[in-house]
Design a binder for this molecule. Structure first.
Ligand code: UDP
Length: 489
């Protein structure tokens, strides 16, 4: 039938095709793939661009979506690790063993421009959603006249704080690194110290580093910005950000809520180092809200000395816990837990080496607290699960996220990390066992402060879940965005 086939053709012409290109770190790939699934669930054809090893890590979860009829695909780009002086098989930032590898990483990233342009030519996507850390995407997109969106993977709040620090330099007149100063111009009174700042702010005449300049430039030149957040979480900052940056931004999160059943939650990237049924059974044997989940993200690693402090603090607190442990790479071969610790903790504490099914754990009713390094995905996953937090920031924008959780949302207790770390591995010992035991007991105990935090965390979780349902702010933002993209196409 000629009519219906031409109707089908025009429907296919109408269908949007969007490229999603994440930065090669789990904290970027995981939410990007959730976002691609969200668009695909609304009838958009989505293609996620991944390097070979990352493609195999995510293929199972993408195949699963395809089996439910979603038009979602993977396109593989080879990663020029060896050409850029990185070890063979290097395809993700958690494989970095030294800060010296950072320039090579960005060298390799730059080399992706040409094959990426070939892909654009071949597949002719209507839009490109590329990570803010892939600066070449702006040029590649404009070369082929394809509108480019930016995904920066963090909150409105932290982008507002950064922008204020860059523009107003409130740290400049402070005499001591430990003296608190107020970050000016924000909807709330936010205090920081110079010790918590990124290195780029610490030099006398602090000027922007190249990377943060590229982030701002990508934001300035793009069509719009996608944010993994939801309006009700940070309304003042959503408005402030748009005013200050003069850009349009759509918050469509928490995107991890796209993962609805246990299989989805357990398969978000890297293969878990523990059987998920075992973890669920273990949690099933615990009282509601009695377990503290401790995890420091996809890259961070601690020294043996710090791990010993954490182990002793946990033991002294008497709290049940699940702890995802990773030691710094050069120490990883040694035994890094106190002698007999795992035997003594049997039934009380579960240790997972390397990679845990985080969302599956956080969403379990037995989990009552989350000790986190304050990566933005982790914070949002904790908010979605409705658990209060112990904040233990290490690097990147994690101190901003800590301030957001403790000073704005008021659902977290800082463990007391004082100093921003320039690298994913923290060699110095920060919080000691007494302080750790103390905050764990405070957060997991039945004191008034903890009760209030639990109540606020539960309320936020309800708001998060509402935001992604039909009629909710994130859901409707996505609807409006897709409609706009169809018009633009
Ligand atoms: N994650 C996980 N299991 C782990 C460690 C991390 O599933 O053992 C996931 C976590 O759920 C989150 C992401 O990896 O989605 C980490 O992102 P985040 O922004 O929290 O921190 P980053 O790793 O980027 O520092």
């Amino acid at each position: 039938d000629i009519n219906s086939s031409s109707e089908m053709d025009s429907e296919a012409d109408q269908q949007l095709h969007i490229f999603f290109f994440p930065f090669i770190a789990y904290g970027h790939m995981i939410p990007t793939i959730d976002i691609a699934k969200l668009f695909a669930a609304r009838g958009v054809k989505t293609t996620v661009i991944l390097t070979p090893l990352n493609a195999s890590a995510f293929s199972k979860s993408i195949e699963r979506e395809r089996s439910f009829g979603l038009d979602i695909h993977i396109q593989i780009l080879q990663f020029p690790a060896v050409e850029a002086g990185l070890p063979e098989g290097f395809e993700s930032v958690d494989g970095m063993t030294s800060p010296d590898m950072v320039p090579n990483l960005f060298e390799a990233i730059k080399m992706l421009q040409e094959p990426f342009e070939q892909l654009i030519e071949e597949c002719k996507p209507d839009f490109i959603f590329a990570d803010v850390l892939l600066p070449f995407a702006t040029e590649a997109a404009s070369k082929y006249n394809v509108p480019r969106f930016v995904f920066h993977g963090t909150s409105f709040f932290s982008r507002c704080v950064e922008e204020s620090l860059i523009c107003h330099k409130p740290y400049a007149d402070i005499t001591s690194d430990r003296e608190a100063f107020v970050v000016p111009g924000l909807p709330d009174k936010i205090e920081m110290t110079r010790l918590q700042l990124h290195d780029k702010f610490k030099a006398e005449d602090a000027s922007d580093t190249e990377a943060s300049e590229q982030v701002r430039e990508a934001e300035q030149k793009c069509y719009g910005i996608l944010v993994n957040s939801f309006y009700e979480l940070e309304p003042g900052y959503a408005v402030h950000y748009k005013n200050v940056m003069g850009k349009r931004a759509w918050s469509i999160g928490p995107v991890s809520l796209r993962n609805r059943d246990d299989a989805d939650k357990a398969q978000r990237g890297k293969k878990t180092s523990v059987d998920e049924h075992f973890v669920l059974n273990w949690l099933g044997s615990k009282e509601p809200q009695s377990v503290l989940y401790i995890c420091f993200g996809s890259m961070s690693r601690f020294s043996k000395a710090q791990l010993l402090e954490i182990a002793a603090g946990l033991e002294d607190s008497g709290t049940s816990f699940i702890w995802v442990v990773r030691a710094i790479k050069k120490e990883a071969e040694e035994s890094f837990l106190p002698t007999g610790f795992e035997d003594r903790m049997e039934g009380k504490g579960l240790i997972i080496r390397d990679w845990a099914p985080q969302v599956l754990i956080l969403d379990h009713p037995a989990v009552g607290g989350f000790a986190t390094h304050c990566g933005w995905n982790s914070i949002l996953e904790g908010v979605s699960a409705g658990v209060p937090m112990i904040t233990w920031p290490i690097f990147a924008e994690q101190f901003h996220n800590e301030n957001f959780v403790t000073q704005v949302l008021k659902i977290g207790i800082p463990v007391g990390v004082e100093k921003w770390n320039s690298w994913i591995e923290a060699e110095e010992v920060g919080p000691r066992k007494d302080k750790i035991a103390n905050v764990v007991s405070l957060l997991m105990g039945d004191g008034e402060e903890a009760e209030n935090m639990r109540t606020r965390a539960k309320e936020l979780s309800e708001k998060a879940r509402k935001a992604v349902k039909e009629g909710g702010s994130s859901y409707e933002n996505l609807t409006a965005l897709i409609q706009e993209l169809k018009m633009v196409k």
